[in-house]
Ligand binder design. Structure first.
Ligand SMILES: [Zn+2]
Length: 250
């Protein structure tokens, strides 16, 4: 639009300019300007906010109130909360605070889909026989291993519901990887993950998984500064699982 106006001014000034050098000539009749059809301005339409960098990722951007026919319950263990700091970086950043920021955001995202989230301490009384549609424990890995980058997900080794828990694990792998772009780092899965204490406490029918979201040294930029992206990956992984286990609303 602005450029059209400029162009019109330019043409007008050209005509005026010619007349200035041709004072004796009959002034050009003032022609009523035809309303110039306004061309569609070449406006760049901002692309829709990308929920995920990868096609096929679960859409968690929409503000659906109820994704399912009822309000599912998901427990989110905020790793180390209420117990110890977990991994600690040289400048004092703790794994516990990184985990907590992510856990809060995950429950926010789930709530938008009508999924109730309990944020649980590492050793939470509520974990005893905890019954929910899923339980995910959020941790992060060491701040002292240069060159280590990536995330991993595990479930208890002797699962009572291996199909459900494998699905939860694979959903988390797929979605978390898609949202964060972080590589998988399965080689660093330890007994602390596959024999995770909370898996022994919750009801055996509650599908559980633990995710180590990345390494606090090399992946710190993502884990500390982009908790919303990290949380989206986890929430999308949970929704991927629930989508395949629960009836959708409507
Ligand atoms: Zn931890």
């Amino acid at each position: 639009m602005f450029s059209v106006t400029l162009f019109v001014l330019f043409v007008v000034s050209l005509v005026m300019g010619v007349n200035l050098y041709n004072l004796n000539a009959k002034p050009a009749p003032v022609v009523a300007q035809e309303p110039t059809p306004t061309p569609m301005p070449d406006v760049q339409i901002a692309p829709p906010v990308q929920a995920a960098p990868t096609v096929g990722a679960v859409d968690i951007a929409s503000l659906t109130t109820n994704r399912y026919t009822f309000n599912p319950l998901v427990g989110i263990v905020s790793g180390h909360k209420g117990y110890d700091p977990g991994a600690v970086c040289p400048d004092g950043l703790t794994e516990a605070e990184v985990n907590y920021a992510i856990a809060l955001e995950v429950t926010n995202l789930l709530a938008r889909q009508g999924v109730q989230g309990d944020v649980l301490d590492e050793f939470d009384d509520r974990l005893t026989d905890y019954q929910a549609d899923a339980l995910v424990s959020i941790h992060a890995d060491s701040c002292t291993i240069p060159g280590a980058s990536g995330f991993k997900v595990a479930r208890v080794t002797d699962s009572a519901i291996p199909e459900d828990e494998d699905l939860l694990v694979s959903c988390l792998y797929d979605q978390y990887g898609a949202y964060t772009g972080l590589p998988q780092h399965p080689a660093s899965i330890t007994d602390n993950m596959t024999d995770y204490h909370a898996f022994r406490e919750i009801n055996r029918g509650t599908p559980g998984a633990i995710i180590e979201t990345g390494f606090l040294l090399d992946d710190r930029q993502m884990l500390q500064n982009k908790p919303k992206i990290v949380a989206r990956g986890i929430a999308a992984g949970i929704l991927c699982f629930l989508d395949q286990r629960l009836a959708p609303a409507e």
